[in-house]
Design a protein around this ligand. Structure first.
Ligand SMILES: [Zn+2]
Length: 240
């Protein structure tokens, strides 16, 4: 990655809700166009804009976030929503147990009751699950009717059909269908295997996997809110 001339402009951050400077020291804005006040990145700001738009009373909602991060939307939800339930998959903990305020859940086999949540949030998680069909079905099951799963995951503009990159074999081994690719992760050994590259068919796939979900994708290009980057899609699933 080339360190480039710093890009910098003034704007308004939808996460810390204040006038700020957006600044990038590298040309990959998706990870590097930071709000100088809260350190958020573009996809986090895009997610917040959509949450505010579709669920303006989110502070009073029951929200499940799978695999939250330590800043941006996760930080704001944890701080301002009383009924926010963060979960993380800990391989050594039993499902449904709570460790340091974080509930242990496998997104593909959740222990939450049916229709438990108004809102489910995932941020760049779905490209790391082996069975997104199960994950979306479980999210649909745990949403109240009318509830939303608002999430980000990279959608590749040059892919008509989504590609499975790696599969989990019955004995727990991984079969790599492409060269292994990892993203940084706040837990485990600090990296997370990419299991899927999603393409234009993602909304169709979600509707096939979880027929109770309607799906819309919102894409942003809004420099004043620091919304300029690749892979800036926010996917909105609504339980009908
Ligand atoms: Zn900010």
């Amino acid at each position: 990655m080339q360190k480039t001339v710093v890009a910098e402009w003034r704007g308004y951050c939808p996460i810390c809700r204040s006038a700020t400077t957006f600044r990038a020291e590298y040309d990959w804005f998706r990870d590097h166009l930071l709000c100088e006040s809260c350190g958020s990145i573009p996809r986090e700001r895009a997610l917040m804009v959509v949450i505010d738009r579709l669920a303006p009373n989110w502070r009073d909602m029951k929200i499940h976030e799978s695999s939250p991060g330590g800043r941006g939307v996760s930080h704001v939800l944890r701080r301002d929503c009383r009924r926010y339930v963060p979960s993380q998959f800990f391989p050594d903990a039993s499902a449904g147990s709570v460790r340091k305020g974080v509930r242990c859940e496998n997104l593909e086999h959740q222990t939450f009751e049916d229709e438990a949540f108004d809102l489910v949030i995932t941020q760049d998680v779905m490209e790391h699950v082996f069975h997104p069909d199960k994950a979306y079905r479980e999210i649909a099951r745990t949403l109240k009717p009318g509830g939303f799963h608002i999430h980000t995951t990279p959608i590749y503009k040059d892919l008509q059909k989504s590609e499975r990159r790696a599969e989990l074999l019955p004995l727990g081994n991984i079969n790599y269908l492409f060269e292994a690719e990892y993203h940084g992760s706040p837990v485990g050994d600090g990296r997370s295997l990419v299991t899927w590259h999603y393409g234009h068919d993602l909304p169709e796939l979600i509707r096939k996997w979880a027929p109770s979900l309607s799906v819309e994708v919102t894409r942003f290009n809004d420099p004043p809110q620091g919304l300029v980057a690749e892979f800036l899609d926010v996917i909105v699933c609504r339980k009908t």
